[in-house]
Design a protein around this ligand. Structure first.
Ligand SMILES: NC(=O)c1ccc[n+]([C@@H]2O[C@H](COP(=O)([O-])OP(=O)(O)OC[C@H]3O[C@@H](n4cnc5c(N)ncnc54)[C@H](O)[C@@H]3O)[C@@H](O)[C@H]2O)c1
Ligand SMILES: O=P(O)(O)OC[C@H](O)CO
Length: 386
């Protein structure tokens, strides 16, 4: 979109730090969204509707696109800029003319003071490496990414990866947020997790909040992020139960046991995690929506219907057209933490999900007790002590 003359004048005045009345004007924040998948595109849309309304932000929202060539031979970023739609990951939805797709990562983040990270978690380490030394030293970040890395030293949440590699503060935003529903402006809620600065959290809330997207801040980064991350493992279990046609009671049981393991795992890793976080949108609400309507649930359903004979990679490629599952790799990462710390028997649901995904147990094992090594039952488990 070509900026209007008024916008251009305003930008020049703001850049000079002088208001129209000759007073010093507050410096405007520039926002870049790093990622342009299904949720990344919706996040850009939400933010862009707000930057147009709020004087403290530049109107333009840059969105980094992992470039790809479409079947038509055109570049995805060029088509987004031409049509104002992400035709591959969010077809049929206008993003807002102030969203500008940029395939050049370094250029996309240049001069940005607010960085929104929203890619599948497995790509973040590489993206951070490319960004070292390329971003403003006083930039603020937020991660919308549900996932974690496991390093030799132990588990590393994606917000910590961003903070440690880029030397900047990083909040998180998680919630019951199936992107396609928010794209259609159906009401939902989300939770911003922050570490210290409530002022920064409020700025993120202001940037995301709309009449149909209600955002609340809580001071518990790890709790919020672990809820968003671990619910994907429970969603895989819920999908198995659906694929096996076991009914609603079984699925509710899986969700309850899963929530208990989410809480126990989070608190064992980070004793500061608050119980109340599990009752925010990022907790129980995300668990419910994911187990009802998410991509992890859908692919796990297909996996179980095929008796585990078709791999998740194959199902993902066939069913999601380029979108990425997070639950299967998260189950593996959680399993690594559990086995390294000797906690496997405390988390029978998490452990069983990984065993099924990796083909060592059949999908039916999700509700079987004690018959398979390592001889535990999803109903028991010391997770009940938390
Ligand atoms: N889609 C949702 O409903 C939803 C909602 C809330 C949170 N999330 C979370 O948001 C994060 C991003 O998910 P999404 O739905 O926006 O993505 P997606 O799964 O729709 O799309 C995959 C994205 O990865 C990109 N990609 C592929 N290969 C890449 C590479 N090598 N390097 C970098 N990028 C590459 C693709 O271009 C595409 O943008 C995930 O952690 C997800 O759990 C998703
Ligand atoms: O489609 P899923 O399973 O990746 O879940 C999407 C969101 O995380 C739901 O909040």
């Amino acid at each position: 979109m070509a900026p209007s003359l008024d916008d251009t004048i305003d930008d020049h005045i703001a850049a000079a730090g002088v208001g129209a009345d000759g007073e010093m004007a507050p410096v405007k924040s520039r926002v870049t969204v790093v990622g342009s998948g299904n949720w990344g595109s919706v996040a850009a849309k939400l933010i862009a509707s707000n930057t147009l309304k709020l004087n403290s932000f530049h109107d333009e929202v840059r969105m980094w696109v992992f470039e790809e060539t479409l079947p038509t031979g055109e570049k995805l970023s060029e088509v987004i800029n031409k049509t104002n739609e992400n035709v591959k990951y969010l077809p049929g939805i206008k993003l807002g003319r102030n969203v500008v797709a940029d395939p050049d990562l370094e250029h996309a983040v240049r001069d940005a003071s607010m960085l929104v990270f929203v890619t599948p978690h497995q790509f973040m380490e590489g993206i951070c490496k490319r960004l070292v030394g390329k971003i403003s030293v006083d930039a603020e970040a937020i991660s919308l990414i549900k996932g974690m890395e496991v390093k030799r030293e132990g588990p590393c949440m994606i917000s910590s990866l961003i903070s440690e590699q880029l030397g900047i503060n990083c909040c998180v935003l998680m919630g019951a947020n199936i992107a396609n529903e928010i794209a259609l402006e159906k009401f939902s809620e989300a939770t911003v997790g922050y570490r210290k600065s409530k002022e920064t959290a409020d700025k993120w809330v202001q940037l995301f909040n709309t009449s149909y997207f209600m955002v609340s801040p809580v001071q518990d980064v790890e709790g919020v992020e672990l809820c968003g991350t671990l619910k994907n493992v429970v969603a895989i279990a819920a999908g198995f139960v659906d694929g096996l046609e076991m009914g609603n009671n079984t699925k509710a049981a899986i969700m309850r046991i899963g929530l208990r393991e989410m809480k126990a795992f989070s608190k064992l890793l980070f004793p500061s995690v608050k119980d109340s976080t599990f009752f925010e949108s990022c907790g129980v609400a995300d668990l419910i929506t994911t187990c009802l309507g998410g991509r992890n649930r859908r692919c796990a359903d297909a996996f179980a219907r095929n008796g585990g004979k078709r791999s998740f990679d194959e199902l993902e490629a066939e069913m999601l057209q380029g979108q990425k599952l997070q639950g299967v790799s998260t189950a593996k990462e959680v399993h690594e933490v559990l086995s390294h710390r000797g906690w496997l028997e405390l988390f029978p649901l998490f452990s069983t999900v990984h065993e099924i995904c990796s083909g060592r147990l059949p999908p039916t094992a999700i509700v079987e007790y004690s018959e398979h090594p390592p001889n535990y039952s999803i109903v028991g488990g010391a997770a009940q002590f938390f």
